[in-house]
Design a protein around this ligand. Structure first.
Ligand SMILES: *Cc1c(COP(=O)(O)O)cnc(C)c1O
Length: 382
């Protein structure tokens, strides 16, 4: 198939949510109609059912739905008593919401570097960053790859610290056959539409085996209310709405299939790119299964490859072009170039290729062949 150079809309998008809707339209339409007819838009039956079903999926006992993933993190931190004077150790190589949630509750993010192959928190760096002010550790399962939780939990246990998973990109990821969400003291999920499990708007969730903790999050997410018009603490309005819960209940039933379909597309990429020089491929650690939220490769000439693929109608994206310690929003922390060399190098070299369950396998193979051809072309000859 030839795609004209001047194609306006990318022939292969990063994601195709319309295709996903077409697959599920009858189920989704019925679920949405059920909510519309019940007119229980806040706190309807689907909210509690989805909380139970998602907790069970993660292998934990409790869950509370909230308005989005950033609130899930901020409310979880707050429910843990994290606030001014507390340090939270996390990574700078992540989506902004991770660090933002720490600032939102008045605490200070302490950024550590990541491992260059798994893109997740480097336990050796974590150990070095701990101080008496450290109150919590917040690793991120970036791109769907579980952070090295065994090592992180060991370090946390030695220092008596809780571990909160940012599992916003890791619905269904596994470490030692246990799912993300059950790998720390608590975990936060986002159901932003593009995530492996995505709502039709914003939504999030906090899960944990600690029922008291989840009850505190629930209280904070609903105006600090303990019973009708009795407010124990200042909270906020961050509830999961019923229409989103209804959509998510339908989609949860398909998540494992979709994650398997993602894995097949990853295999198609790997088949063609496996031994290509000049490209570093994302790999799973032996003890874990990625949820493959993103398929992110490393290439030194990233921007040139991105432009070349765009010219062929292939969309790509950079996750993420600037680590948080170098973002203006985190300037007050005094981060400087050179502080986190691995994160900074990754931000210059990473490129995410299209990956979604409906991506035709032959499209993955064709994209991989383009990347392979590019990396085989000596620099300066193109
Ligand atoms: C998406 C995401 C969030 C925030 O989720 P929202 O629902 O968009 O607020 C937090 N952390 C990571 C790693 C994410 O990918």
């Amino acid at each position: 198939m030839r795609i004209p150079q001047e194609a306006k809309t990318p022939a292969v998008p990063m994601l195709d949510l319309k295709a996903q809707y077409r697959r599920l339209a009858p189920e989704l339409d019925a679920a949405l109609r059920g909510v519309l007819e019940s007119a229980h838009f806040i706190g309807g039956e689907d909210c509690g059912l989805f909380e139970r079903e998602f907790a069970e999926y993660c292998g934990v006992s409790h869950a509370v739905g909230v308005a989005n993933g950033t609130d899930a993190l901020a409310l979880a931190l707050k429910a843990w008593g994290i606030g001014p004077g507390c340090d939270v150790v996390t990574v700078a190589y992540t989506f902004v919401g991770t660090g933002e949630a720490i600032l939102l509750c008045g605490a200070r993010p302490v950024f550590v570097d990541v491992d260059p192959t798994s893109f997740t928190m480097d336990p050796a760096q974590l150990e070095k960053a701990l101080t008496p002010r450290t109150k919590l550790i917040l690793p991120v399962h970036l791109y769907g790859h579980p952070a090295p939780m065994k090592e992180i939990r060991q370090i946390a246990a030695r220092h008596g610290l809780p571990v909160l998973e940012d599992a916003a990109q890791a619905h269904g990821a596994e470490l030692d056959e246990k799912r993300a969400g059950g790998l720390g003291h608590a975990a936060c999920f986002s159901f932003y539409p593009s995530k492996n499990l995505g709502a039709y708007g914003d939504a999030g969730m906090v899960v944990s085996n600690d029922g008291d903790f989840v009850a505190r999050v629930r209280e904070l997410a609903n105006h600090g209310e303990v019973s009708k018009y009795e407010h124990r603490v200042p909270g906020t309005n961050s509830r999961l709405d019923t229409l989103q819960a209804a959509v998510l209940r339908v989609k949860l039933r398909h998540l494992d299939l979709w994650n398997r379909e993602r894995r097949e597309r990853v295999a198609a990429y790997h088949d063609v790119l496996g031994d290509a020089g000049g490209v570093i491929l994302p790999r799973e650690r032996r003890d874990s299964r990625s949820a493959w939220h993103l398929y992110t490769i490393r290439v030194p000439e990233r921007d040139r490859l991105k432009a070349e693929l765009a010219g062929k109608g292939i969309a790509t994206a950079v996750h993420y072009p600037r680590p948080l310690h170098l973002q203006a929003a985190f300037k007050s922390l005094g981060g400087r170039p050179g502080d986190l060399p691995v994160s900074e190098q990754l931000s210059r070299e990473v490129l995410s290729l299209p990956l979604y369950p409906e991506l035709p396998l032959e499209a993955a193979s064709r994209i991989a062949a383009e990347v392979r051809a590019f990396s085989a072309t000596p620099v300066g000859r193109a």
